[in-house]
Ligand binder design. Structure first.
Ligand SMILES: [Zn+2]
Length: 132
């Protein structure tokens, strides 16, 4: 993978500013907390603001020839369009989540760019057989 200066710089900056949560225990708990905050911000978009709704039911799809055809029958279950405020709040929470993910990578001595490359290669290799 080509060097990505944004990802590399971000990881370096996180390392410089992260003073309080250097312990793996702090990293893990802050990382988990940030995941919950991302989820909560999405939920608040539905329950507090109401700019989007979640309407879900059992997936129904006809018999298909390929997994590729399956994609057109998948639904996000999201109805409506996020307002600018909710969009900003969720982006901020995802940003914090990326911060603590990066902090976790720093603590465990992973280079974020390497992980992007590994996962990118894995996705490309598995293609439509990656059923997650
Ligand atoms: Zn909204």
């Amino acid at each position: 993978m080509k060097d990505n200066p944004v990802v590399g710089d971000f990881q370096e900056t996180v390392s410089e500013v992260l003073i309080r949560h250097r312990s793996i225990l702090d990293c893990l708990s802050k990382y988990q907390e940030s995941t919950a905050r991302v989820n909560r911000s999405v939920i608040k978009t539905v329950t507090d603001c109401g700019c989007i709704s979640i309407i879900a039911n059992k997936k129904q799809y006809p018999p298909m020839d390929s997994l590729k055809d399956c994609a057109k029958y998948m639904d996000s279950h999201i109805k409506g369009k996020m307002c600018e405020h909710c969009r900003e709040v969720i982006a901020e929470e995802i940003g914090k989540h990326l911060f603590y993910l990066t902090a976790l990578c720093n603590t465990l001595d992973y280079k974020l760019e390497d992980l992007f490359e590994l996962e990118h290669n894995r996705i490309n290799t598995l293609g439509h057989f990656m059923l997650s």
